[in-house]
Ligand binder design. Structure first.
Ligand code: ATP
Length: 231
């Protein structure tokens, strides 16, 4: 990986209001997550969790405060370098009507079959895929089979992992998997993300199991911040 980004992420008194709705999604949010660390952002629906991730990907720019990566204002980074250094798992997985293999490969066109199997194992979806008649060549969508919500989420995680980017952002992408599978995925991620910066957004406390730090958002403000033991 030749990304120029190492992956430390800092929010310094960040505020953000969506222009169209005039909803203030974040107010004075400050935190740092270091390279190699995992931050969990917890909070109810609408508390601003996804907005934090949107500002890191620069879908929007903060209107107060500064978002920094490796101590540099994110606005001064090349947008392609920035986005190239982020593996993102959205809340709603988007899969194409194509083979499972190609759906995972979307994260890295030159990926080998072995690499694809490896990330599918990490995302705990390999055993499901093996059970399909056409395995990794199984076609999804309107021309093929329909995956369950949890299977879709896990294919989407595999797609992000194969990119092997220094920053991994997970937006509530374990909501449809059972707690046992969630735990297995989180343990695999801990191993896979040892040298990455990981932010995991969830409304479920269990997702913060392996996090180095936890932030709890309410109405766009951090109401608690600390380690698993402190909270
Ligand atoms: P959820 O768990 O439901 O995804 P969240 O904690 O991720 O919620 P956000 O999606 O960050 O919360 O939303 C924070 C606030 O901003 C909410 O009040 C939401 O309605 C509003 N909001 C989110 N996205 C937009 C948008 N694209 N345009 C306008 N308002 C938005």
């Amino acid at each position: 990986n030749h990304s120029p980004v190492l992956g430390q992420i800092t929010f310094d008194k960040v505020s953000f209001t969506y222009e169209d709705t005039n909803i203030t999604a974040l107010t004075d949010v400050s935190f740092t997550v270091n390279k190699g660390e995992t931050l969990a952002i917890l909070g109810r629906t609408g508390s601003g969790k996804s907005t934090v991730l949107s500002l890191i990907s620069r879908l929007y720019d903060a209107d107060g405060g500064v978002v920094k990566i490796d101590n540099e204002n994110i606005k001064d980074l090349n947008l392609d370098d920035l986005r190239g250094s982020i593996g993102f798992v959205p809340q709603d997985a988007f899969l194409f009507s194509d083979s499972i293999e190609n759906n995972i490969k979307f994260g890295k066109e030159e990926a080998t079959h072995d690499e694809i199997v490896n990330v599918a194992k990490k995302a705990v979806v390999h055993h499901n895929i093996e059970n399909f008649t056409h395995q990794y060549e199984t076609i999804l969508g309107e021309r093929g089979i329909t995956l369950s919500g949890g299977q879709k989420q896990r294919v989407s995680i595999a797609r992000a992992l194969i990119k092997d980017a220094p920053i991994l952002l997970l937006d509530d992408c374990l909501s449809a998997v059972d707690t046992e599978t969630e735990e297995a995925i989180l343990n695999n991620l801990q191993d896979f993300c040892r040298d990455k910066t990981t932010i995991i957004v969830s409304h479920r406390v269990s997702s913060a199991k392996n996090a180095d730090r936890i932030i709890i958002l309410e109405d766009g403000k951090i109401i608690e911040q600390g380690t698993h033991n402190q909270l």
